[in-house]
Design a protein around this ligand. Sequence first.
Ligand code: HMG
Length: 395
Amino acid sequence: MANSRWPGWSEKTLDERTSMLLASGTLTPADLRVLRAETSETLSSADQRVENVIGIHSVPWAIATNFRVNGEDVLVPMVIEEPSVVAAASHAAKLVRRSGGFQAEATAHLMRGQIQLVGCPDGVGAERRLLDEREGLLDLAGSSHASLIARGGGPRDLIVRWVGAMLVVELLVDTADAMGANLINTMMEGLAPVVERIAGGRALLRILSNYADTCLGRASCVVDPNVLGRPGYPGTRVRDDIVAASQFAEEDVRRAVTHNKGIMNGVDAVVLATGNDWRAVEAGAHAYAARNGRYGALATWRVNERGQLVGQLEMPLALGTAGAAIRVQPTVPVALKLMGDPSARKLAEIVAAVGLGQNLAALLALVTDGIQRGHMRLHARSAARITAAAPVEGP
Ligand code: HMG
């Protein structure tokens, strides 16, 4: 895995950064041609991907440095239009790596499909019959997906739930390295007629659930207070103020939404770079933040018995690194290659670490100089470049 500590990288020019990437063998000239749109999405490929196309909207593709996750360095691709997000992620990763980097884990990659049954004349009997047929239904669901089974995935559990007066059949499927939305939808549509026959009702919706609480990413980090100090702000005070900022988000929905937005700055940027569905991740993340009946913080900060700041993040991260859908975008294989071609679970670990780091950078700025100094410095830089590049209107 490439060393992710590239001191001064941010101060280099684009040409210098390019030379460093090529000289280190991190990316090849062919990779860069893809990233620089020379062989990337064309108007005609865009026209084949979505409907009513008339153009292409491009977004910067950047690399966050300094990340170490589970003892391994990783350069993180980020696709984002907002200034200061990449700098902030790299900044937090630089601080965290001084105490060993992020620890992260991902649960099993289980996605959930739902069949909504309506009009069951004998609901209680239907529930019992469905549970009696559980093993057969699981076999049936897997039977037309031999390649998934060969990759170590497949249906794992079948649950029957009551939602009001409706019966809902849920299938939990290990989708291996695929995000699996299409696969689950196909499975649910295939299973529905059999479920209808057993239950005696009508299968209405047959669809993936984006509430991916069986596909979680977790990250944690420990930061010494001396790493947090800056002129006028002793490290222990910054540490305690970050905890107070965390408690604010944990207690107040109005703050929690912004706290989580900062986390999603980083999460979405990597999700986009890797061709994953950021709307699905966003929807799942915010629902998970409200799982205890009140919307709260996805990442929290406390002080441990050694006086160190400890951050923890847990959120649904249903991501894929395989499958045709995510590789349609030509830049995606380059993003995955940069990260060492991770499995879906490993990608979830990296993304969880980025989300936690993004939160640390934002809170650190907020409890010291305020967000505007660093953020607006980079905003101003970006605005100045845009102004300088703007075409001068003729008479
Ligand atoms: P600084 O302390 O002035 O940075 O922070 P530094 O010059 O000492 O550099 C430290 C490291 O930061 C560098 O180390 C870089 O890694 C990185 P190196 O690796 O070079 O040895 N870095 C940069 N990377 C790329 N380009 C740059 C750059 N500058 C530093 N130009 C910094 C400056 C902006 C990093 C800091 O002020 C910061 O992290 N601010 C937070 C910015 C932020 O969170 N932006 C997100 C948008 S705001 C938002 O939407 C979310 C929010 O509302 C969420 C919430 O409320 O919780 C805030």
